[in-house]
Design a protein around this ligand. Structure first.
Ligand code: THU
Length: 387
C-alpha cells in the first residue's frame, strides 16, 4: 500500500522577474527535499504568475467607458473591471463584488484577477499560458526523473462555503481519469464518473499550502497512486450547455413541484368561462393576492382581434379593481400540449406589480412548470427605469 505524502516547499517571497525554478530548487535543498520518480510538484498559480511578471499596478490602468458602467453594476473598482474585461472571453454575470467570467472554457471569478498576495495597489493576473509554464518548469526540474507538474488554483463549488483545489495546467499525468466502464459495489457499470485527479491533487496540496502568508507556494506529493507519463494536454472542460450548474441556473421555467394546486384548479375552472369564439383557445388565470384572495378570469376575445384581452390581464383587472396591489402568484391553464406561457404584454402587465410573483404555467393534462415574472421577462422596463 502506498503512503501519500504532501511536503511543503517554503520559499522566500517570490517577486516579479524571479526565476521560480531556481527559487524552488534553492528552497528544496535548504529543507533537504528532492524530487524522485513518481513525484508530483504542485505550484500555486499566483506564484507562477508573479514570477512571470503578471503583476499590474492599478494606477497604470485606464478604464474604458464599458468598464466604468460594468464596475458600477457589479460594485467593482473600474480599473479592476477593465482588466477583467481584457482578460476574459465572456462575462456570464455577477453579484456585487464578483463577476463570473469565462476564459478558454474555464470559469473564473473576476477573470482570476486577485489582489491577495499582491503588493498594495497591485493585482496579479493569471499566468498568460499556464500549460506552457507547467511544461517549462517540468522540463527544467525533471533532470531525467519521471515527475508531473500541476499549476493549481482554488475555487468554491456552487452553494458550498470554502475553497477546493482546481488544476489550471498539468504536465506528466492524465488530469482526468475516465472511470466509466468500471463496476460499482453492486457490479453495475459506472456511466458518467470521471475522476478529476489533478484537481484532487491540488486540493491535497492546499491543505499544506494554505492561502495566505504561509510562504509555501508549492508542494511535492509523493506516493500518489497515479502513473506519470508524457501527458501534456489542456485540462479538459465541458461546454456550458452540458454543465449541470450553468444549465440548471439559466432562468428557464422549473418543474412545478406543488404548493399552488388550488390556484391551478381555479385557473382551470376559469378557462371554462373564457370567451374565445375566434381562436377556440380557452385560457384561465387565477391570481393570488398577498392578502390571500384569488381573482380568476378567462380570456375575452373580440371580432376586432386587437381588442381581445388575455386571461392573465382579465384576472389582474379584477384584482386591481378590488383594490389589491400586491400579489404572490398567478396560475395559468389552458387546453394545450405544453403548459400555457403568458404572452409578452401579460408579462409586462404582471411585472408592474412585482418581479417575484410566482407564475405557474399549466395545461389540462396536469403538466405544470413555474418561474418568477422576472425570469420570464429579464431586463424588463419598469418604474425603476423612469426614475
Ligand atoms: N391567451 C391568453 O389568454 N393567455 C395566454 O397566456 C396566452 C394566450 C389567449 C389570447 C387569445 O384569446 C387566445 O389565447 C389565442 O391567442
Amino acid at each position: 500500500m502506498s503512503v501519500l505524502q504532501v511536503l511543503g516547499i517554503k520559499t522566500d517571497l517570490i517577486r516579479p522577474g524571479d526565476d521560480l525554478v531556481e527559487s524552488l530548487e534553492k528552497a528544496m535543498s535548504t529543507s533537504g527535499l528532492a524530487l524522485e520518480d513518481g513525484d508530483i510538484l504542485v505550484i500555486s498559480e499566483s506564484t507562477v504568475a508573479t514570477a512571470e511578471g503578471r503583476v499590474v499596478a492599478l494606477q497604470d490602468v485606464k478604464p474604458e467607458p464599458l468598464a466604468f458602467s460594468m464596475a458600477t453594476k457589479y460594485c467593482k473598482d473600474p480599473r479592476e473591471m477593465e482588466l477583467i474585461l481584457q482578460e476574459s472571453d465572456e462575462i456570464i454575470g455577477g453579484i456585487p463584488g464578483v463577476v463570473l467570467t469565462l476564459r478558454e472554457g474555464f470559469l473564473y471569478p473576476n477573470a482570476g484577477i486577485d489582489s491577495s498576495n499582491a503588493p498594495p495597489g497591485h493585482v496579479v493576473l493569471f499566468p498568460a499560458d499556464a500549460q506552457k509554464s507547467a511544461f517549462e518548469i517540468r522540463m527544467r526540474m525533471a533532470k531525467g526523473r519521471k515527475i508531473a507538474v500541476i499549476i493549481g488554483d482554488s475555487r468554491t463549488h456552487p452553494l458550498r462555503l470554502g475553497c477546493v483545489g482546481v488544476a489550471l495546467a498539468c504536465v506528466g499525468l492524465e488530469p482526468v481519469e475516465d472511470a466509466r466502464g468500471q463496476k460499482d459495489l453492486f457490479g453495475r457499470e459506472l456511466k458518467i464518473t470521471r475522476k478529476a485527479v489533478a484537481d484532487n491533487l491540488v486540493s491535497a496540496a492546499q491543505i499544506v499550502m494554505g492561502e495566505g502568508d504561509e510562504g509555501i507556494p508549492a508542494v511535492i506529493i509523493k506516493g500518489a497512486p497515479v502513473s506519470i507519463s508524457e501527458a501534456n494536454c489542456a485540462i479538459p472542460t465541458i461546454a456550458p450547455q452540458e454543465c449541470m450548474y450553468i444549465g440548471a441556473l439559466r432562468s428557464s421555467p422549473r418543474p412545478y413541484t406543488g404548493g399552488y394546486d388550488d390556484l391551478i384548479e381555479k385557473a382551470r375552472q376559469a378557462a371554462k368561462d373564457a370567451y374565445a369564439p375566434y381562436s377556440g383557445f380557452l385560457v384561465g388565470a387565477a391570481l393570488l393576492s398577498k392578502s390571500g384572495r384569488i381573482f380568476a378570469a378567462g380570456n375575452i376575445e373580440n371580432a376586432a382581434s386587437g381588442a381581445s384581452i388575455c386571461a392573465e390581464r382579465a384576472a389582474l383587472a379584477r384584482a386591481i379593481a378590488c383594490g389589491e396591489r400586491e400579489f404572490e402568484a398567478i396560475a395559468i391553464a389552458g387546453n394545450a400540449v405544453e403548459p400555457v406561457s403568458p404572452c409578452g404584454i401579460c408579462r409586462q402587465s404582471l411585472i408592474e406589480f412585482g418581479e417575484d410573483i410566482v407564475v405557474i404555467m399549466a395545461n389540462l393534462k396536469g403538466d405544470a412548470v413555474t418561474a418568477t415574472v422576472a425570469d420570464l421577462l429579464p431586463k424588463a422596463f419598469t418604474d425603476k427605469c423612469l426614475r
